[in-house]
Design a protein around this ligand. Structure first.
Ligand SMILES: Cc1ncc(COP(=O)(O)O)c(C=O)c1O
Length: 449
């Protein structure tokens, strides 16, 4: 690699960053991360900070997971790539599909379709949902319903079901036939309802109304994150997803659980659906499937959905969809090793225990800093929503958010800012001391604001 001067001089010159304005990046180049160890990362200047972002919700095992690194190296030696299209499988893809169906057996997931990441997994689920209805002779079922504030990646299908205007506006017109209902977001909602259980019922009722308005026989699927991540860690009341399941069942609408963030322990359970006792019809996964060590995702397909495809006698059953890197052998080898480590370390239990500690840290910060409007958390995913005025809930501006993140960094903690939310998703190997260190970094950041 070129030297550090070269990297510093060219940072944000030739590279465009996702989710950023290119001019802003050129003017104020981002930090360059050079190394990772455990739950820490080191930047170009040699400064080491605790990574409260966990890469991007994905480095659950931290940066020093030798078994995953070894599995990648060994697979690179044995077979760096072969196609997973019709005609060939690779060993690791067969094994990982088996592991995943075992892993997600409680959710009733029976098949895996491999992808290169979360957006691909969502796209796959949406396309398979339409195809499912065509096979069943209900070709009118093409529409999708989703939650406002939901995030489902950036492909055209995913962006269409996305419920955040900032990921939609610049790319419209999006897919027709997609409709959104309010999210069970207690801090801000159109019903002015602050009780989570009552709000869950109101949002479920909105779903029911929308289905009646559209006509159930025009709707292919409803997609939701069990805990909404990028939209600001919105944690629905535990009754919400079961209510949604019941409504979808009654109207024969497929339920797609987007578990790209919530899969593999992030919320303190192996999946967000499992935490609330829901069996979706399909699940989208990615991110922590390899702990971020290799780009990989999968769409998991429920038994009864799979049966429809596998028993198909029409011309609609063949899957005209896939990616060059579907079932990439190196990614699948990384996935097998990451899942084994994830199980061995019981990181779901650690996420749950550290999550309780993090929650009390966040509540304490809210009590002491007026700039904090709301704190939300589940396991080791959390958000701190900043406001310029608690009474009006006016969102904090960009400059305030930057001040917080910069001051926290100075205090040794990497944070992520998304709109007026500070998002926390540290590695799930986090220790109790590291939870307190994140708290201290946040305290310094909030004090600076
Ligand atoms: C819930 C959810 N779905 C889909 C995606 C898209 O994943 P990717 O960025 O790997 O394409 C993300 C990314 O953060 C996500 O949080």
């Amino acid at each position: 690699m070129r030297d550090t001067n070269f990297l510093a001089a060219n940072n944000a010159k030739q590279i465009w960053h996702p989710m950023a304005h290119p001019a802003e990046m050129r003017e104020n180049p981002p930090r360059v991360v050079m190394k990772g160890e455990g739950a820490y990362v080191t930047d170009l200047e040699g400064r080491t900070v605790l990574d409260a972002v966990g890469g991007l919700w994905n480095v659950n095992l931290g940066y020093s997971c030798d078994p995953v690194k070894k599995a990648i190296a060994e697979q690179l030696d044995a077979l760096p790539y072969y196609s997973g299209f019709r005609g060939t499988s690779t060993g690791p893809s067969i094994e990982l599909a088996w592991e995943l169906t075992e892993w997600f057996a409680p959710e009733g997931m029976a098949r895996a379709f491999f992808t290169s990441g979360g957006s691909d997994s969502v796209e796959t689920a949406l396309r398979l949902a339409r195809q499912y209805w065509k096979i069943r002779g209900q070709a009118d079922r093409t529409k999708f319903l989703a939650l406002k504030k939901g995030y489902h990646g950036t492909h055209f299908g995913g962006a269409s079901v996305n419920g955040n205007a900032n990921f939609r506006r610049n790319y419209e017109p999006l897919l027709p036939g997609v409709f959104h209902i309010p999210a069970p977001y207690t801090y801000r909602n159109p019903f002015d309802e602050t009780d989570p259980a009552r709000l869950a019922k109101l949002c479920a009722k909105a779903l029911e109304d929308e289905i009646a308005f559209q006509g159930a026989d025009t709707i292919a699927a409803f997609i939701m994150e069990p805990v909404l991540g990028a939209g600001g860690v919105i944690v629905p009341h535990e009754s919400f997803m079961p209510l949604v399941r019941e409504i979808c069942d009654r109207h024969e609408i497929l339920l797609i659980a987007d578990e790209v963030v919530t899969g593999f322990g992030r919320t303190g359970a192996w999946s967000g659906s499992r935490a609330v006792g829901v069996k979706p019809d399909m699940m989208t996964i990615a991110k922590a499937i390899t702990s971020g060590y290799f780009p990989l995702g999968a769409t998991m397909i429920g038994e009864h959905v799979a049966e429809v495809f596998e028993a198909d006698k029409t011309s609609f059953g063949s899957i005209g969809h896939g990616y060059t890197y579907s079932g990439h052998p190196v990614g699948c080898a990384a996935g097998i090793a990451a899942l084994a480590e994830t199980r061995k370390l019981k990181i779901d239990e650690n996420a749950a225990a550290r999550g309780v500690e993090l929650a009390s840290v966040l509540e304490d910060l809210k009590a002491r800093h007026d700039v904090v409007g709301d704190v939300r958390y589940k396991g080791l995913m959390a958000a701190i929503e900043l406001v310029s005025d608690r009474a009006t809930k006016k969102a904090a501006d960009k400059a305030v958010m930057k001040t917080v993140a910069d001051a926290a960094y100075e205090a040794g903690v990497m944070l992520r800012v998304s709109g007026s939310n500070i998002i926390l998703s540290p590695p799930l190997i986090l220790t109790a001391e590291q939870v307190q260190a994140i708290g201290a970094g946040l305290d310094a950041g909030l004090a600076a604001a």
